[in-house]
Design a protein around this ligand. Structure first.
Ligand code: SF4
Length: 52
């Protein structure tokens, strides 16, 4: 599996996670927010996540 060392990620439940290393395997991801105006890290998330 490809490892994109520009996108660190600890969500190893995601089907795009590089598994052996804490990185994403996608070329790019979409980061999304859950509120109109994000004011803390918890308000943001990876919109490219998919379950395995
Ligand atoms: S798609 Fe998002 S959640 Fe999934 S491995 Fe990549 S960065 Fe992590």
């Amino acid at each position: 599996m490809k490892v994109n060392k520009s996108i660190g990620c600890t969500v190893n439940e995601c089907k795009y996670h590089a598994k052996n290393e804490s990185f994403c395997s996608l070329d790019h991801i979409n980061v999304v927010k859950h509120t109109n105006r994000a004011t803390n890290p918890e308000a943001t998330d990876c919109g490219s996540f998919e379950t395995e």
